[in-house]
Design a protein around this ligand. Structure first.
Ligand SMILES: *Cc1c(COP(=O)(O)O)cnc(C)c1O
Length: 373
């Protein structure tokens, strides 16, 4: 409310405080905190490797969050950031450009605080994710050209008076990278009683880049020796952009590995937080995620396979160099979202992906430690 009347040049005191809005804001922040308070931490699983290698491989299982992916952490951070900045308003929609997982988690938090949610996604997004977004009360706005998701989201926000969350810009800053039980702090806590408690490598994949930024910054902040590797799929510009220090790197085609691989260097991707990048062929990523099911009886999404392939390669390299230590990779989301993709031989054939050669590389590696990929 404006307590001073008169023309603007005469105003010296403008009070826009609004007790009704503030009560709503308080209640919304409480609900987001309460959701976290009801949740347990995600597991750090061991991927079995021969004990005599002296190298331990762990998987941080982010698929066990209430909305099934590592995007639960991001959505919580983005909602708190948007609420505390006064950007999310009662009755106004939250809009997001997403390849799916973020939208699933954000739809959940939007429902939790009672605001509408609209996801702007490429038409190629898996039908299961569309179903999950609608299950959580969200609306899906599908676009043909994945490169237009940003502008379409901004336009929808302007038209509806809503808030464009913009994960690709804000992921790195909405997350509290110094701690607050972020993914990095959680991993290091859970590693404390292992034989190699400080991982030689943590392997992430990049969609927004937020996860690798959080891990890299945390490692630097805590003065640790752990190095951060990002595994990048085909049809993504992150690898070339990072190697050539080219912030304008682009990629024409849409990534086939949902959640990771981007057509542009996203603002949330922080190159200086990353020590190493490994380009992983899509067939190799799918082969790795199938191997995960054979070895551990768990199905995960394609991005998990991309990271796992890179982790195998790193372990093989350490073994060759006679190094011991530990390596941590991530289970990013569950495989049941992709039964019509990474677990479908029909889909693989239609994509021209032959997973037999990389599967043979993995089998040989797991049996002998040798890497022939
Ligand atoms: C977003 C996402 C990633 C990558 O995480 P970022 O923090 O966005 O880089 C990996 N896997 C899946 C399934 C994702 O949805």
């Amino acid at each position: 409310m404006i307590t001073n009347t008169g023309t603007s040049s005469e105003q010296t005191d403008v009070d826009r405080s609004d007790p009704v809005y503030r009560a709503w804001l308080k209640e919304s922040v409480r609900r987001v905190h309460a959701d976290a308070n009801r949740s347990a931490d995600t597991h750090l699983l061991r991927f079995p490797l021969p004990g005599e290698w002296g190298i331990d491989l762990y998987l941080k299982d982010e698929s066990t969050h209430p909305t099934g992916s590592l995007k639960h952490r991001l959505a919580r951070s983005l909602f708190l950031y948007g609420l505390c900045n006064g950007w999310i308003r009662p009755g106004k929609p939250v809009i997001e450009a997403s390849s799916g997982s973020t939208a699933v988690s954000e739809a959940y938090f939007a429902k939790l605080i009672g605001v509408p949610f609209i996801a702007v996604m490429p038409r190629t997004t898996s039908s299961e994710k569309t179903r999950l977004i609608e299950f959580h009360g969200g609306t899906c706005h599908l676009v043909d050209d994945p490169r237009t998701v940003y502008e379409v989201s901004a336009r929808l926000a302007a038209e509806t008076g809503g808030h464009y969350m913009d994960q690709f810009t804000y992921a790195e800053r909405a997350t509290d990278w110094r701690g607050n039980n972020n993914i990095a702090e959680s991993v290091f806590q859970q590693m404390r009683m292992e034989r190699h408690p400080e991982p030689a490598w943590i392997v992430a994949t990049a969609g927004t880049g937020g996860t690798s930024a959080t891990i890299g910054r945390y490692v630097h902040y805590m003065q640790l020796d752990t190095r951060v590797c990002v595994a990048d799929p085909e049809n993504s510009c992150f690898f070339d952009g990072w190697v050539n220090a080219d912030a304008d790197a682009v990629c024409e085609r849409d990534s086939r590995i949902e959640g990771i691989g981007r057509p542009r260097m996203e603002p949330s991707f922080v190159p200086g937080a990353v020590d190493r990048m490994i380009k992983v062929p899509d067939a190799a990523g799918v082969a790795a995620v199938r191997a995960l099911e054979r070895v551990m009886g768990r199905r995960a999404g394609g991005s998990t396979g991309t990271g796992l392939w890179a982790a195998f390669r790193i372990v093989a390299g350490m073994l060759r160099e006679g190094e011991t230590g530990s390596v941590v990779a991530l289970i990013c989301d569950p495989g049941d979202r992709y039964l019509d993709k990474y677990y479908s031989d029909t889909w693989l054939a239609a994509q021209g992906l032959d997973i037999a050669p990389p599967s043979a590389v993995i089998d040989r590696f797991l049996a002998t430690g040798e890497w022939t990929g």
